[in-house]
Ligand binder design. Structure first.
Ligand code: AN7
Length: 350
């Protein structure tokens, strides 16, 4: 029976016998071979489908650690700012641990599925008149001054949990990939993966390290542009972040690995979003498609030509059902017809 990432990778994590393990059986997500992306790029492309975690995103890997350690430290209340997925995950794990959760989200800029999760799991949900960065500044100050535990990725246990994604990929492939492609928002996940790969190499589990390729949305690309973006804009609301918490660590992952952090437009994101759904049968939220948009952009520039038979892993960070409105906006709404067989046949083309 799968018991979650803490039990599976306990020896690599800062837990002891005394740590109460709060898990919803996160992790163990599939690594799906993509024929379509392999054909386009001439490489072997795999999709790490993190949308299949219990709350529908990769955040659960970090949250099982953050909430378990909060319980060990006798915390009563946890808080986060979120573009949506962190709040969904925090509220679910806090519910399981019987902790109070408080989540601050930018008003009107969180996908419907994510907001519904935080609400049904019983969090105190506050919509802030401002963007993610404004909400993040508030929760940092509150957790500094009050006995409330911050569970954003500034909390080092979040990074510890999320690094298990690198372990799973390495275990599945039997080696590290040559390249890992992923979206970058607050930059915790790229930090976590890089830490995970380095630790797995040091433990002798893998011999090489991947080049880390991160992608931000063009309208929310502070790391690419080299300055804070005060009014970030993108349809990929999960990564609509102008001043990432782990900025410097993301740059370190990029530079140490010999990778890059680039930007993709909303159109490129939506094209990748549709491609994944229509060629691979994999439904992701727009932010996750930023990784595949980045892959396609680099492939077009022959970026992978030098590496023979490269193994590439794209991290698909969140499920498409998080943001159903985006799917319906992207594809035309279905036609309504009378309940008559001839009308159905006509629509099919007979
Ligand atoms: C689907 O939930 O920041 O670079 O508050 O939800 O580690 O921030 C979400 C981020 C990528 C970026 N894909 O990861 C939040 C939040 C999805 C996400 C990212 C997020 P980081």
């Amino acid at each position: 029976m799968w018991k979650g990432v803490i039990e599976k990778y306990r020896e690599y994590l800062p837990v002891t016998k005394k740590t109460p393990v709060i898990t919803i059986s996160e992790g163990n997500t599939p690594l799906v071979y993509s024929q379509s992306l392999s054909d386009i790029t001439g490489c072997s492309v795999y999709l790490k489908y993190e949308g299949l975690n219990p709350t529908g995103s990769f955040k659960d890997r970090g949250m099982t650690m953050a909430i378990s350690k909060a319980c060990e430290d006798k915390a009563k209340t946890v808080i986060c700012a979120s573009t949506g997925n962190t709040s969904a995950s925090a509220s679910a794990y806090a519910a399981k641990a019987n902790l109070t959760s408080v989540v601050l989200v930018p008003e009107g800029a969180v996908a419907l599925g994510k907001l519904s999760q935080a609400l049904i799991h019983g969090a105190l949900v506050l919509q802030v008149e401002g963007n993610f960065d404004d909400a993040f500044n508030l929760v940092k100050e509150i957790s500094d001054k009050y006995p409330i535990t911050l569970v954003n990725s500034l909390n080092p246990y979040r990074i510890e949990g999320q690094k298990t994604g690198a372990f799973e990929i390495s275990d599945a492939l039997g080696t590290a990939p040559d390249f890992q492609v992923m979206p970058v928002g607050n930059a915790g996940n790229i930090t976590a993966y890089w830490k995970g790969y380095k630790e797995y190499r040091d433990a002798g589990k893998i011999k090489s390290l991947p080049k880390m390729l991160g992608f931000q949305a063009e309208g929310a690309a502070p790391i690419v542009k080299g300055h804070v973006i005060s009014k970030p804009q993108t349809i990929a609301t999960a990564i609509r972040i102008g001043n990432p918490a782990s900025w410097k660590k993301a740059e370190a992952a990029r530079d140490e690995s010999g990778g890059l952090i680039g930007a993709v437009s909303d159109d490129e994101i939506l094209n990748a979003y549709k491609l994944l759904a229509q060629k691979d049968g994999v439904f992701v939220e727009p932010a996750s498609a930023a990784s595949v948009a980045g892959l396609l952009k680099l492939a077009k520039k022959d970026y992978f030509k030098e590496t023979k038979e490269a193994k590439i892993v794209c991290i698909l960070t969140g499920h498409g059902l998080k943001d159903p409105n985006r799917a319906i906006k992207t594809i035309n709404k279905p036609k309504t017809i009378p309940a008559k067989i001839d009308r159905v046949l006509k629509e099919i083309g007979y």
